[in-house]
Design a protein around this ligand. Structure first.
Ligand code: NAD
Length: 491
C-alpha cells in the first residue's frame, strides 16, 4: 500500500521530495508504519511561497466562470474518489467507517461546489455620494483577493477543514501554501492530487509537509498576505502574535458546555450527549467537554447515559459496526489521562466502558465533577463525559461562561423563553438548542469567541475575510451642476 500513497510535497505543480528527508506516519490503531512522507524545511516553504506569488496574478485574472468550472470539476473528481479518501482517513487518523464517509461525502467534497457557487454571488455595492452636492460622483465597492494565503490545518477533520478553507480562498482568486497536520498528510495529499487533476494551474495550490516549524515558516514568511489556521488554542496564540497586521482567521479549541435543564427531554439529551462526547472519540472542537445537568434530572440522566455508553462498540475503526476508534496520537492520550487522573484525585467518580490499550481510550463518564477540576477548565479532546451537577439556570450560565473557550454550547430545555434567554446569555459563537454540540451548518457562520478564535468561517464569511474591500470613486466631471456652497453662503 505504501507505494500507492501520495507522500511528496507539491510545489509549483510538481510533486517533490522534502529538503529535510522524510518523517514516518504511523497507524493510530496498530502503530504500524503507513508511509514515510516528505519533510520540508524553510527553503521549501520559500519556494512554495514564490510559486504561489508568481501564479497569483494570472489566477486572479482568470475569468470567474473559468475558476468556478475548476471548482466544480474538483467536486466531481472528489466525489468519484470519495471512498478511496475515506479509506485512508480510517487508516491514517482512526476515524470509523461512518465518520470517515461523513467527512468526505457531507463536508469535504461538497465544499468545492459550495465555494464555487458562493463566489458567483460575492457581489459588491454601489453607493450614492453623501459628501458633495452634485450628481457627479459614483462610488463602487469591489473585492480583490489578498494574494498568497498560508493555510495550516489540524488532524481531526483533515480533508474537511482544508477543503472549506482552500476552496473559498482559491475561488476568490488567491493562491495558497498549505501545511497539513503531520498526523494526516496522506489524505491531504489526495485532496491536492484531485485539485491538480481537475486542472488547477501550477502554483495555485502548494503543499508543504512537516512538523510545526514548517507552519511557523509559512507564518513568518513576509510574502504571505493572509493566514488561515485551525488547531489548538496554544498554537493559535503563537500564530496570532506573528500574524500582526495581516488578515487572519483562527479556529481554535472549544470547551463545549452541554446544559441539561430540569424540563429537558432526557432521552434526547442523552443521545445528543453520546454524540457530543464520543463522536470520533471526542476529538472534535465542538465536543461536549462539560455536561451541566440539573439536580432534578441528574440521576436519571447519568443512569441513561451509562446504559447507552455501555453499548458503544469500540475497536477496529475499519469494521462497519465499530462506533468509536482510537485517539490519534500519544499527546492527545496523555492529556486525556492527565485530566481524568486529576479529576479522580479531586474526588470525581469514574465509570469506564471498553478497553484501554495503545491509543484506544475507553468511553468514560465522570460524576461529581467540579468547575475547578482541570477537565472542566481545559479542552480534553477525548472520549470523556464529565458531569457537573447544577442547581439553577444562573449557575449553569456562570459555569458555562467561566471558560474563555467560547466556541459552541448545547442547551436542552422544552421551554422556548428559557431557551431564548439562556441562548443569549451564553458567550459562545454558536448555541445549539435541543441539538448535540457537534451540529453545524455548512452555510452558516462558524467560529469562536475569546480563546476559541478570531473571525467566522464558511460561506460568505470566508470570502469576506480572504478578500480586501476596495472602493472605487468616480467623478463624472459634469461641473455645470456643481453646487457652490461658499457662493450660496453655506459656510
Ligand atoms: P495543533 O495546534 O497541534 O496543530 C495544528 C497545525 O498547526 C498542525 O498542522 C501543526 O503542525 C501546526 N503547528 C504546530 N505548531 C505550529 C507553529 N508554531 N506555527 C505554525 N503551525 C504550527 O492542533 P491539532 O492537535 O492538530 O488539532 C486539535 C486542535 O484543533 C484542538 O484544540 C481542536 O479543538 C482544534 N480544532 C478547532 C476547530 C475549530 O473549528 N475551532 C476545528 C478542528 C480542530
Amino acid at each position: 500500500m505504501a507505494q500507492a500513497l501520495p507522500t511528496k510535497a507539491l510545489i509549483n505543480g510538481s510533486w517533490v521530495d522534502g529538503s529535510g528527508g522524510t518523517f514516518p506516519v504511523h497507524s493510530p490503531q496498530s502503530g504500524a508504519l503507513i508511509a514515510d512522507v516528505a519533510r520540508c524545511d524553510a527553503a521549501d516553504v520559500a519556494r512554495a511561497v514564490e510559486a504561489a506569488r508568481a501564479a497569483q496574478p494570472a489566477w486572479a485574472a482568470t475569468p470567474l466562470i473559468e475558476r468556478v468550472k475548476i471548482m466544480r470539476q474538483i467536486h466531481a473528481l472528489f466525489a468519484a474518489r470519495a471512498e478511496e479518501v475515506a479509506q485512508v482517513l480510517i487508516i491514517e487518523i482512526g476515524k470509523t467507517v461512518a465518520e470517515a464517509r461523513e467527512e468526505v461525502h457531507e463536508y469535504a467534497a461538497p465544499s468545492w461546489q459550495k465555494a464555487g457557487e458562493e463566489v458567483l454571488r460575492h457581489r459588491g455595492l454601489s453607493f450614492p455620494s453623501t459628501q458633495e452636492q452634485t450628481n457627479n460622483k459614483r462610488l463602487v465597492l469591489t473585492h480583490r483577493p489578498l494574494g498568497v494565503v498560508g493555510v495550516i490545518t489540524p488532524y481531526n477533520f483533515p480533508t474537511d477543514i482544508a477543503s472549506i478553507a482552500l476552496a473559498h480562498i482559491i475561488a476568490a482568486g488567491n493562491t495558497a501554501v498549505w501545511k497539513p497536520s503531520e498526523f494526516s498528510p496522506i489524505c491531504c495529499n489526495m485532496v491536492a492530487e484531485i485539485c491538480t487533476e481537475a486542472g488547477l494551474p501550477p502554483g495555485v495550490l502548494n503543499v508543504v509537509h512537516g512538523m510545526g516549524e514548517v507552519g511557523a515558516a509559512i507564518v513568518e514568511h513576509e510574502d504571505v498576505d493572509g493566514l488561515f489556521f485551525t488547531g489548538s488554542t496554544a498554537t493559535g496564540q503563537r500564530i496570532a502574535a506573528k500574524a500582526a497586521l495581516r488578515p487572519h482567521l483562527l479556529e481554535l479549541g472549544g470547551d463545549g458546555p452541554v446544559i441539561v435543564l430540569a424540563d429537558a427531554d432526557i432521552d434526547a439529551a442523552v443521545e445528543g450527549s453520546m454524540n457530543a462526547c464520543f463522536y470520533y472519540a471526542g476529538q472534535v472542537c465542538t465536543s461536549g467537554e462539560r455536561l451541566l445537568v440539573h439536580a432534578d434530572v441528574h440521576d436519571e440522566f447519568v443512569a441513561k447515559l451509562k446504559a447507552r455508553a455501555s453499548q458503544l462498540r469500540i475497536g477496529d475503526p475499519g469494521l462497519d459496526e465499530t462506533e468509536m476508534g482510537p485517539l490519534r496520537n500519544a499527546a492527545t492520550l496523555k492529556r486525556v489521562v492527565d485530566h481524568v487522573e486529576d479529576a479522580r484525585a479531586q474526588g470525581a467518580e469514574i465509570t469506564q466502558f471498553g478497553p484501554q490499550e495503545g491509543l484506544f481510550y475507553p468511553a468514560t463518564i465522570l460524576t461529581g465533577v467540579t468547575p475547578q477540576m482541570m477537565i472542566a477548565r481545559e479542552e480534553t479532546f477525548g472520549p470523556v463525559a464529565p458531569i457537573i451537577r447544577i442547581e439553577s439556570i444562573s449557575e449553569a450560565i456562570a459555569i458555562a461562561n467561566s471558560s474563555k473557550l467560547g466556541l459552541i454550547a448545547s442547551l436542552w430545555t422544552r421551554d422556548l423563553a428559557t431557551a431564548w434567554r439562556v441562548g443569549e446569555a451564553l458567550q459562545h459563537g454558536t448555541v445549539n438548542i435541543n441539538e448535540t454540540s457537534n451540529y453545524w451548518d455548512q452555510l452558516a457562520p462558524f467560529g469562536g469567541t475569546g480563546n476559541s478564535g478570531v473571525g467566522r468561517e464558511l460561506s460568505q464569511w470566508f470570502l469576506e475575510r480572504f478578500t480586501e474591500q476596495k472602493l472605487l470613486v468616480f467623478d463624472l466631471g459634469d461641473t455645470e451642476v456643481r453646487y457652490n456652497r461658499r457662493a450660496e453662503g453655506g459656510w
